[in-house]
Write a protein that binds this ligand. Sequence first.
Ligand code: 4H6
Length: 256
Amino acid sequence: MAIGFDIITIFPEIIEAYIGESILKRAAQKGLLDVKAYNLRDFTTDKHRTVDDYPYGGGSGMVMKVGPIYNALKAVKADGAERLTLMLGPQGKTYDQGMAEALSRESRRILLLCGRYEGIDERVRESLVDDEISIGDYVLTGGELAALVIIDSIARLIPGVLGDEDSAKEESFTWGILDYPHYTRPPEFMGMKVPQELLSGHHKEIADFRRKEALKRTLARRPDLLEKAGLSKRDSEILNELCSHKTGTEDLEEEK
Ligand code: 4H6
């Protein structure tokens, strides 16, 4: 179960630099991940390798031209492989873990188009891509960081990429709520203690403690997630208990 990405960008080095490091590099070496970055300027036809132009109707900033993007898409797709073509932009559908999971099951290669300047000629959005994705409600100078966020979040869901077979299983169990707090040695640091439940060695007690802490945090910081989360009967009981004991989140309130 491998996955492939094609990235069209005026800064292929940004993509290559990140993919060429650490865990994603190993995934690529293992044949689980294939990322190819293409320089949009290689698909221009003028001497200056122009990818942008002045906006019709005037105004500040430049707009990415449709011609080079069309040529790049045509050249990348020339191998005839099935592809899902996505552009990254602040006006797209908001990306989340559910979309990452759906895309991790894609059999097609995923082609990501990264915009720069003030935006991309609207005809690209209308006719040349399948969809537009946004990684969140903020503006970036270019789509490259958004493309890397998408590649990274999908790659870690491919079995064998993290090397830890249990992690995906455990994640699906806690999916939809915030993670529980983590601790490692020493058991006490500058007076701050690791919760005794974690030192007990009782697996049931540890699991209950973690679930309760995860629910407590979610209630305090992201109550919106609780509505959509797939909670068990036991989870609902824990939450009811937390709600009845005053707010049950006093220990989190000082963190806010
Ligand atoms: C397409 C259209 C993604 C791409 C416009 C990209 C935020 C996200 C971009 C633009 C991005 C996101 C160019 C508009 C710079 C603003 C590149 N910004 N922009 N949230 N920027 O996923 O000016």
